[in-house]
Design a binder for this molecule. Structure first.
Ligand SMILES: [Zn+2]
Length: 208
């Protein structure tokens, strides 16, 4: 069953509180797990939220202020310790590669080769999602240090609305023709098109 939800692992700013951990946001999207900005304590927050290292397929760091990245060592080492065998892509600002390398190798551990660094640069970077049914784009943000926002987007689609179709006399095989051709003429003479009120867009996107 496909799952699409956002698990907020923390939402505090630079100083965590008793009730709020440093940043950490897991977007579960049809079998993919995109972890944004793992701040300090993210590994433990994952345990509390029932999130496994095996759930992670992307690690996206917006910038290298500590509340957005100090959890990288724990998450990386948990991926290694738990023997995650699938690829985990790690996107981060290329200008912060020095910080990424420090965090990636912050302590002694039995390393893993499943984590692939995907540094982003420029105003916009389109990340290769390896055939996943969505695109992932990084766009530069305004912040005291170089920062990127990430946008997950799936292709636009259409959903037929039976009541609207019926009101226009589009029934039976005509519905299939409308879906295939984008437009159809009903017996009543009315012309219906995909992007009329007879259908609704279902393209979805999410950003962090
Ligand atoms: Zn910041």
């Amino acid at each position: 069953m496909s799952v699409r939800d956002l698990v907020v692992l923390g939402s505090a700013s630079a100083v965590p509180t008793k009730a709020r951990n440093h940043n950490g946001y897991l977007l579960r999207w049809d079998g993919q797990g995109l972890l944004f900005d793992p701040g300090e304590g993210t590994q433990r927050q994952m345990v509390r939220a029932g999130v496994s290292a095996h759930d992670l397929t992307w690690l996206c760091v917006t910038h290298f202020h500590g509340d957005h990245c100090l959890g990288v060592p724990g998450v990386v080492q948990r991926i290694a310790r738990d023997g995650v065998s699938h690829r985990v892509d790690a996107a981060f600002p290329a200008s912060g590669a020095e910080y990424w390398e420090r965090l990636r190798h912050a302590a002694v551990f039995r390393d893993t080769d499943v984590i692939r660094a995907r540094p982003v640069s420029g105003e916009r970077a389109d990340l290769d999602t390896g055939g996943a049914p969505f695109t992932l784009t990084a766009r530069r943000l305004s912040h005291p240090v170089e920062a990127y926002g990430y946008r997950l987007e799936e292709p636009d689609g259409v959903t037929m609305l039976p009541a609207e179709l019926d009101a226009r006399g589009v029934r039976g095989p005509l519905v299939g023709r409308l879906q295939a051709d984008g437009a159809v003429t009903a017996p009543t003479g009315g012309r219906s098109r995909w992007r009329s009120a007879a259908c609704g867009g279902r393209g979805r996107s999410s950003r962090s």
